[in-house]
Design a protein around this ligand. Structure first.
Ligand SMILES: [Zn+2]
Length: 330
């Protein structure tokens, strides 16, 4: 990926391009931004320019051995550091190993590079162990820390890095990126607004089963009835397979309820689930406009609760009970 072709993060790309042109690239960066906004892609593009054997006008050539190795994800001078599979934190042992590797001469590039992600998973010990390396990386190594929330990092770490803030991607950018990734333009236009600025989520929305999943979810919503409490418990049971899946489900719910709101207004051009127009219209008619809005808020609150470690199944039960109450106007 060329630095110059990164979409939707113009401010960050401009800053990096200026530093490259002035030969003043920092030795430690902190890239902060939401999931799926291009932090990792930008970090890799920056490293690619630095490693490239014959860069052209501030961009990597894309064809030299170094560029080719980075594209396949195995350049011997690039290290990735993340928590080990069964661990929450990046350990102090991992930081020491990294320091060991960085202190060796680069194999092919003229410096080494390291990507730490998520950097906020360094505990106090490992973060403190990294301080000195951040201040003076051996052999002019470049270290890039990725995080969704910089204030989770020690202030001493933050102050040693050049801090660049990424924004969520705009819907139009998501749409363009989806089309580049082979999604049908019409479908990309429908799905992009549901991705909330996250290209990874956008691409995951384009699964084959997605339309089926929405139909099933719609059917579950219509059936959930507090007078037959078992319908609520059974539905919650069948829908909640895990935290990530339940969060994805909440995103789909937001899209369905948002459409119900739109169907009650004059301008219906932004409707995402057109194939469900009949079902959504019927369902929307069972609500007052205010209570649809409240249902939408209920889903958003539930999603935050699940992100904050609430039990997915219990949270869904609570959501369905609340949804049906709102529908009845209680
Ligand atoms: Zn190259």
């Amino acid at each position: 990926m060329q630095l110059g072709t990164i979409k939707g993060q113009q401010r960050v790309v401009d800053a990096l391009t200026r530093s490259l042109a002035a030969n003043r690239v920092a030795h430690a960066y902190l890239f902060e931004g939401p999931e799926g906004c291009g932090r990792r892609t930008t970090a890799l593009a920056l490293i690619q320019v630095l490693f490239c054997i014959q860069p052209v006008g501030g961009n990597a050539c894309g064809s030299c051995p170094s560029c080719r190795k980075l594209a396949t994800g195995n350049h011997p001078d690039l290290q990735f550091l993340s928590p080990l599979p069964d661990k929450r934190d990046i350990s102090i042992e991992q930081i020491r190993e990294l320091q060991q590797v960085l202190s060796l001469r680069p194999y092919e590039a003229n410096r080494k590079a390291c990507l730490i992600e998520p950097a906020d998973r360094m505990n106090e010990k490992s973060a403190n162990a990294l301080l000195k390396t951040l201040e003076e990386p051996p052999g002019h190594a470049i270290i890039i820390l990725l995080t969704t929330q910089a204030d989770l990092l020690l202030a001493t770490i933050r102050s040693r890095c050049q801090h660049l803030r990424f924004s969520p991607l705009q819907d139009q950018v998501i749409e363009v990126l989806m089309v580049q990734n082979g999604v049908e333009p019409a479908l990309a236009a429908e799905l992009a607004p549901l991705a909330e600025g996250n290209i990874e989520r956008a691409l995951s929305l384009d699964g084959d089963g997605d339309e089926t999943k929405r139909r099933e979810l719609m059917a579950c919503l219509v059936q959930a009835d507090t007078r037959q409490i078992s319908t609520i418990f059974d539905t919650a049971e069948s829908l909640s397979s895990g935290r990530e899946e339940t969060l994805a489900l909440c995103t789909l719910l937001v899209s369905l309820i948002r459409d119900m709101l739109l169907l009650r207004t004059v301008d219906q051009s932004g409707i995402a689930n057109r194939f469900l127009t009949v079902e959504l219209t019927t369902e929307a008619d069972r609500f007052s406009p205010d209570s649809i809005m409240a249902a939408l808020e209920l889903v958003l609150t539930t999603r935050r609760a699940i992100q904050g470690n609430a039990n997915p199944k219990l949270a869904l039960e609570h959501l369905l009970l609340g949804y049906d109450r709102l529908r009845k106007g209680v």
